[in-house]
Design a binder for this molecule. Structure first.
Ligand SMILES: NC(=O)c1ccc[n+]([C@@H]2O[C@H](COP(=O)([O-])OP(=O)(O)OC[C@H]3O[C@@H](n4cnc5c(N)ncnc54)[C@H](O)[C@@H]3O)[C@@H](O)[C@H]2O)c1
Ligand SMILES: [Zn+2]
Length: 360
């Protein structure tokens, strides 16, 4: 097991990563606020892991909420089910909520904890690679609104994050690959040594080698946590976390949510951001080839969806919420491991890139 200490200005908490941590109750007990524990999970994850966690917590007053699966359930109606369960159980302000599942479960559970009796303790046990390297770090919690994704929410930091790498054994391969897009992103924006390490170890990661997964998750969390601590108010470097996302969101919207997984769209989007950085003279041919090879090794797409014209693509990029005024504001790469934000690229350059991009 390895541990990363996340140091925020007003508090700190550990992220433990390794195989077999799910029922290691010694990692949990120091962070439980009292005897009352409510585990929140979903219909897919519950049959796989709920009993083991409940058995480990046998000495506590444990209740559970099993929600339906899917992004479509990430709304207030399902958060209310968590509040209903807490009230029905008579749980007080010293109760602890544990999120056992992917990013959808973590976002909803964290939000439920932020609001219940004005805030109770919350623990993340993420079971998708995306949740382990991205959504469980940073303290953002919340739900979708019919008018927009993640529009209702709160900042609420967990007491501890426990990542059992063995849970990835049951994750569909496509979801694992989608999570790898965010892992690669951390190398590209901040840590070229990590990128090189990923080039050497991608096959082992996809083969679920536990020590390699542990290292990749820990280094990813370290990059994200470092950026979040540096820029809590989201004025500057936090935007680097959106590398490939303006292109990616355009793909997700064009295809209709769900056809491409978020990470797949971000993979293609990072390739586009890399190619644009090359056109601006910031990256050489070798750098572009390295990014392409790494995305391919992870099993990520590098093409754009068929039937989306360059015009439509550009229009969707302008609609993305990260775009201020009329000019596109893009995260690009000055070098591998060195991101920047620029609004100096004009639409004609992006259009030219998109018009020539390979479709599939
Ligand atoms: N809070 C943040 O900072 C932040 C950052 C990035 C993404 N997010 C949010 O995260 C969500 C996406 O998270 P996700 O990709 O984990 O999606 P998800 O939670 O929907 O999980 C993906 C699928 O995998 C299943 N699953 C989870 N763990 C499993 C396991 N071990 N074995 C088998 N199946 C398993 C889930 O039931 C689901 O069907 C989005 O709602 C997004 O907005 C939040
Ligand atoms: Zn993302």
């Amino acid at each position: 097991m390895q541990t990363l200490a996340v140091e925020l200005p007003d508090r700190h908490y550990p992220i433990h990563v390794g195989p077999g941590l799910l029922d290691d109750v010694s990692l949990l007990t120091p962070h439980l606020a009292g005897r009352q524990v409510m585990i929140v999970t979903n219909e897919t994850v519950a049959p796989l892991y709920l009993d083991r966690l409940k058995t480990a917590l046998a000495d506590y007053d444990v209740k559970e909420v099993v929600l339906p699966d899917g992004e479509a359930t990430k709304n207030l109606e399902h958060v209310e089910r968590i509040w209903d369960a807490l009230l029905a159980a008579g749980f007080n302000r010293r109760a602890t909520l544990i999120a056992l599942g992917g990013g959808v479960t973590g976002d909803m559970t964290g939000f439920a904890a932020a609001c219940y009796q004005r805030g109770i303790a919350f623990i993340q046990m993420p079971t998708t690679l995306l949740a382990q390297v991205d959504s469980s770090v940073g303290g953002k919690t919340g739900v979708n609104h019919p008018r927009g994704k993640n529009m209702i929410g709160a900042f609420h930091q967990p007491r501890v994050v426990i990542v059992d790498t063995d849970t990835l054994k049951t994750l569909p391969a496509r979801e694992l690959t989608a999570g790898l897009a965010e892992v690669i992103k951390y190398g590209l924006i901040r840590d070229v040594d990590f990128m090189a390490w990923l080039e050497d170890n991608m096959a082992g990661l996809r083969g679920l080698d536990a020590p390699l997964l542990t290292e990749a998750i820990l280094r990813s969390c370290a990059v994200k946590a470092g950026i979040v601590v540096e820029d809590e108010t989201e004025q500057g470097v936090r935007a680097y976390l959106n590398l490939g996302h303006t292109f990616g969101h355009a793909i997700e919207t064009a295809m209709g949510y769900g056809k491409w997984l978020h990470g797949e769209a971000v993979g293609a989007g990072m390739m586009m951001a890399t190619a644009l950085s090359h056109r601006l003279g910031w990256l050489d041919d070798t750098a572009v080839e390295r990014v392409a090879a790494l995305l391919e090794a992870a099993g990520l797409p590098r093409h754009a969806p068929a039937d989306v014209s360059a015009e439509r693509f550009l229009e969707l990029m302008h609609l993305d919420k990260k775009v201020m005024d009329a000019r596109l504001r893009l995260v690009l790469l000055k070098a591998l491991g060195d991101a920047c934000i620029t609004d100096e690229v004009d639409d004609a350059q992006v259009h030219e890139l998109l018009a020539q991009w390979e479709r599939q």
